[in-house]
Design a protein around this ligand. Structure first.
Ligand code: F6P
Length: 558
């Protein structure tokens, strides 16, 4: 029997009816009609404050959305996720990124095995590695201490560590042997080539981060890196006693769910870190894949990041739906996408340290929920993940905010900012300037969400404005405030979005933990590469692709 889909249920229908009236209501009317909206729609947890008052909803909307969440069995789904049920149904396994941030005294028995001891054993191995680097004891093949670590990975094996390393740069440990951490992901080798041109092979180590250890982007960068090391460290005129085995041993660490493939590639067993099949790539920064983070900020701060995420996990499990931050953030998104027709979502951090946060969320949200088939294989009859993109808010003000204010698209925005910054800068004059810049940034953050909400009404004016200067407002937004940007609040922020994605997937009845949609492109790329490289029979290609391949051949001939 075919199960009715969520849009056929009573809660969805009630929301659809209710939306008729709400669509015609401007945000400014909602504010005019209800004092205390900020208090009524603001919730706090784990160092985060979420203000949802600038969403185009009222108390009745929220009640109906909470009914929808209950009808979609969100509370049961949260329990199933956190207890390790096989929620990733197409791949028949649990999705246990939350296990990676359980404290050592916890226990999580899944299918007969307590996962916590092995999670912490890996953290301890990471710690030993990090300590060796920071003590200047991890030496390259010629005996010099490693100074530069380049992470080679892509997608979840790059974006999470890159984003966090950048966000927590202020937390670099002092008084230890300095190690600079770099990231190269692009398959064209351009990022890697840049590092190879300026780094010293004697003091450079590569971390090969790949859950599958089959990703061509990462493996092609890894081959280039290996050949660069071999060419520079061995051979004529080079140091005695440096051989390929020593180079492999001292200059590579591997993080993968496939120890066999790491062994085949030549990574020493002692320099491999485990990646469990039950952790999805885009949810993996909390374990071995986080090694670059730990190298950059130290293991104590990495553990703080885990603790912050765990605090949010606890809130997610225990808070009632109406106070549950991930649930509320998810419901705001559902309301926009499915009932108000707002199908674009912009992520706008007002803090330069969060430069890569939007890129990270693009993968987390769109690779997770860019799906159109339910768990039992029915095509969905409603929209799922919106198009999500973003940039640092202050810079985006000078780039795409024009569209937010006067374009034809309805866009939901997430404004993200820390409340306190720079209070620990030592020089008082610089501190005053920087704190002033921080207040300027906060003012812009608050002003933009207000302008997007109210439009022209945000400013009192004498006569009417000419049409080209008008702002219609009514763009919904959420504002997320962090007391400070610390490892703990960052951990909570990331976990908040992970769980938001899960709640939305639960309501849409899709699997957020697989990514079959990326496979077709990989397969076709393999065939195209064979033709391109070997000048094979191009006639099997469509006319456009044939033309493009021939253009590449012609350019190579010169
Ligand atoms: O191709 C998509 C993807 O599988 C992502 O889900 C993943 O984060 C990325 O590629 C990298 O995969 P891996 O860690 O296996 O190299």
């Amino acid at each position: 029997m075919i199960e009715p889909t969520i849009d056929q249920g009573a809660a969805w229908q009630a929301l659809a009816d209710h939306a008729e009236g709400m669509r015609a209501t401007h945000l400014s009317e909602l504010f005019a009609g209800e004092s205390g909206r900020h208090g009524a729609f603001t919730r706090q947890a784990a160092g985060l404050t979420l203000d949802l008052s600038k969403q185009r909803w009222d108390a009745e909307t929220l009640t109906k959305l909470l009914d929808l969440a209950r009808e979609a069995k969100v509370p049961e789904a949260i329990r199933a996720l956190l207890e390790g049920e096989r929620v990733n149904r197409s791949e028949d396994r649990p999705a246990l990124h939350t296990a990676l941030r359980l404290p050592p005294e916890a226990s999580l028995v899944v299918e007969g095995e307590d996962l916590v001891p092995s999670v912490h054993a890996t953290l301890e191995r990471m710690e030993t590695m990090v300590e060796r680097f920071h003590a200047g004891q991890w030496r390259g093949a010629t005996g010099k201490a490693i100074r530069d670590v380049v992470n080679l990975g892509v997608g979840g094996s790059d974006l999470g560590p890159l984003m966090v390393t950048h966000a927590l740069a202020d937390y670099r440990p002092r008084g230890v042997h300095a190690v600079d951490v770099h990231f190269a992901s692009t398959m064209d080798g351009s990022q890697l080539a840049d590092y190879l041109a300026r780094l010293n092979p004697e003091t450079t180590l590569f971390v090969l981060s790949s859950k599958s250890f089959t990703t061509i982007d990462t493996l092609s960068n890894a081959r280039t890196a290996r050949d660069w090391l071999m060419a520079r460290l061995m051979g004529e005129g080079r140091e005695e006693g440096v051989d390929a085995e020593l180079v492999m041993h001292q200059h590579f660490i591997g993080i993968s769910a496939s120890p066999e493939k790491m062994n085949e590639w030549g990574i020493a067993e002692a320099h491999q870190l485990e990646f469990w099949e039950w952790v999805g790539g885009r949810y993996s920064l909390w374990g071995g894949i986080g090694l670059p983070i730990a190298l950059a900020v130290g293991m104590a701060q990495f553990r703080e990041l885990l603790a912050g995420a765990h605090a949010l996990d606890t809130h997610f499990r225990e808070a009632p739906l109406e106070d549950n931050l991930p649930v509320l953030l998810a419901l705001a998104g559902i309301w926009n996408v499915n009932f108000l027709d707002v199908r674009a979502h912009s992520i706008l951090p007002y803090d330069g340290r969060l430069e890569y946060f939007a890129a990270y969320l693009e993968q987390l949200e769109m690779e997770s929920n860019g799906k159109s088939v339910t768990h039992d294989g029915q095509a969905v009859g409603y929209s799922t993940c919106p198009v999500l993109w973003g940039q640092l808010g202050p810079n985006a003000q000078h780039a795409f905010y024009q569209l937010l204010h006067q374009g034809t698209q309805a866009v939901e925005c997430d404004f993200i900012a820390p409340l306190v910054r720079y209070e620990d800068v030592e020089d008082p004059a610089t501190r005053d300037h920087l704190m002033g810049q921080h207040r300027l940034t906060l003012a812009n953050c608050f002003a933009q969400s207000r302008a997007l909400m109210l439009g022209d009404e945000a400013i009192e004016e004498d006569g009417p404005r000419p049409v080209h200067k008008r702002y219609r407002g009514n763009q919904p937004s959420s504002t997320l405030l962090l007391e400070r940007l610390t490892p703990a609040t960052l951990g909570a922020l990331i976990a908040l979005y992970e769980h938001k994605v899960f709640v939305q997937a639960t309501i849409w009845d899709i699997n957020p933990f697989d990514q079959w949609g990326v496979e077709l492109g990989k397969q076709i790329a393999g065939e195209t590469q064979r033709i391109l490289e070997h000048h094979a029979d191009v006639a099997t290609m469509d006319d456009s692709t044939r033309g493009l391949i021939e253009a590449a051949w012609a350019a190579e001939r010169g």
